[in-house]
Design a protein around this ligand. Structure first.
Ligand SMILES: Cc1ncc(COP(=O)(O)O)c(C=O)c1O
Length: 391
């Protein structure tokens, strides 16, 4: 029997009908767009993430686009992103005619390498074609990026910092959320994410009131916000006074209702995920090239449990035969993807060999089943299957 890679039904059953009841309430309540559940969830999320403001949006991709729009990022601007990430991190940059500049990763954490970021910024400035504007650091597989170092570099060059915590929401460094360093944290509630809903959803968190207001406007077609109405008379719904070009990017009420319930247990689930990861680390270390490394003081939410194996594809085939599903995040780094092969057009990181650590890791990483409800017996099956691979 094949075991699940992520068992979301186990979580639903554990929550004992609470999700179904919340959905029913939202349906009966009838405020299906921007209903009270959205407001409550935003307040709960801000409290959990220790942010002044949290705003729901349609998905984690839009969550990244919203601050770029708010900051007016556009043609001639450079946005520094890792290449070892999901496409969304880079995808939103060309939406606004700006250019992604790909940055290499640290070999142990898989997160943005601050040294390489600095080099990429310097090279971009030297080339003179693009103006460095924003850095998007990703909390890959659930573990926080090196925010202290990245923030120092951003400050030195006057760059904004986005924490793409689509995978890592809830991760901390010395007890602090990435927002301690970032201008804004973005996240995704895609079902497979550690805090996932039952469809698409996303959010941004920030302590910057002006930014929060602007994003509130942009997510609803550029509607007028309090500051727009100062000194102006408009006797109708402010959403019919369009002050800027926006989009439609709201979190559904039903999804917010589900997320309210799931957020209540999220802290506990992060603890369980850490227990499960610790057990994997201890028991798998002798059998693989590398188990995940989480620096002292960091807490990962273990969105993925990712090991390295020199014969990664052989291991995947062997595990499949044993009923153990695996996934490869990510087999082709973004700077080598057809959609992005024109970026950067500058002197660094382009083509094969441009980002050596990223390229080496994409050939050996493989993710194993990981979720908060993974019991020891099932985990033992995974471990035994890995241990029995002789390739
Ligand atoms: C690192 C990262 N950023 C952004 C996203 C985009 O989130 P969504 O799928 O909700 O648009 C994802 C989701 O898969 C992700 O893993």
């Amino acid at each position: 029997m094949t075991i699940p890679f992520i068992d979301l039904q186990a979580q639903r059953l554990r929550l004992g009908g609470k999700i179904e009841a919340a959905v029913q309430d939202a349906v009966v309540g009838g405020a299906w767009v921007m209903g009270p559940q959205v407001r409550q969830f935003e307040a709960d999320l801000a409290a959990f993430g220790e942010a002044k403001y949290a705003l729901g949006c349609a998905n984690g991709t839009d969550a990244l686009a919203l601050p770029l729009m708010a900051w007016g990022v556009g043609r001639g601007d450079a946005v520094f992103v890792p290449s070892f990430t999901f496409a969304a991190t880079a995808e939103i940059v060309p939406w606004f005619d700006a250019e992604p500049v790909f940055v290499d990763i640290d070999a142990r954490t898989y997160n943005m390498d601050p040294g390489h970021l600095e080099a990429a910024i310097e090279a971009t400035i030297k080339e003179g074609r693009l103006t460095p504007k924003v850095v998007i650091a990703v909390d890959l597989f659930g573990q926080p990026a090196d925010y202290a170092a990245i923030k120092t570099i951003c400050d030195k060059h006057g760059l904004k910092l986005i924490s793409d915590s689509a995978q890592g929401f809830g991760c901390t460094i010395g007890g602090e959320h990435p927002l301690k360093w970032a201008d804004i944290t973005t996240t995704s509630f895609f079902p497979a994410k550690p805090l996932g809903c039952y469809g698409d959803g996303g959010a941004v968190l920030t302590n910057d009131e002006d930014l929060a207001q602007l994003i509130d406007s942009i997510r609803v077609h550029g509607k007028a916000i309090a500051s727009d109405l100062k000194g102006r008379t408009f006797d109708h719904d402010p959403k019919y006074l369009n002050m800027r070009v926006g989009l439609n990017s709201r979190l559904d009420t039903i999804q917010a209702a589900i997320l309210i319930e799931k957020l209540r247990v999220f802290g506990q689930e992060i603890e369980w995920r850490n227990r499960i990861a610790g057990r994997y680390n201890a028991l798998l270390a002798p059998h693989v090239s590398a188990v995940p490394h989480v620096p002292e003081g960091n807490i990962s939410n273990w969105a993925q449990y990712t090991i390295e194996h020199e014969n990664r594809d052989g291991l995947a085939a062997h595990l499949k035969e044993q009923g153990v599903p695996t996934a490869v995040y990510y087999p082709i780094p973004l700077h080598l993807q057809p959609a992005y092969d024109m970026y950067p057009r500058g002197p660094h990181s382009s083509g094969v060999g441009g980002l050596p650590v990223t390229e080496a890791k994409s050939a050996v990483v493989i993710s194993l089943p990981m979720h908060a409800d993974l019991d020891e017996a099932t985990q033992d099956r995974v471990i035994a299957a890995v241990a029995s691979f002789k390739g």
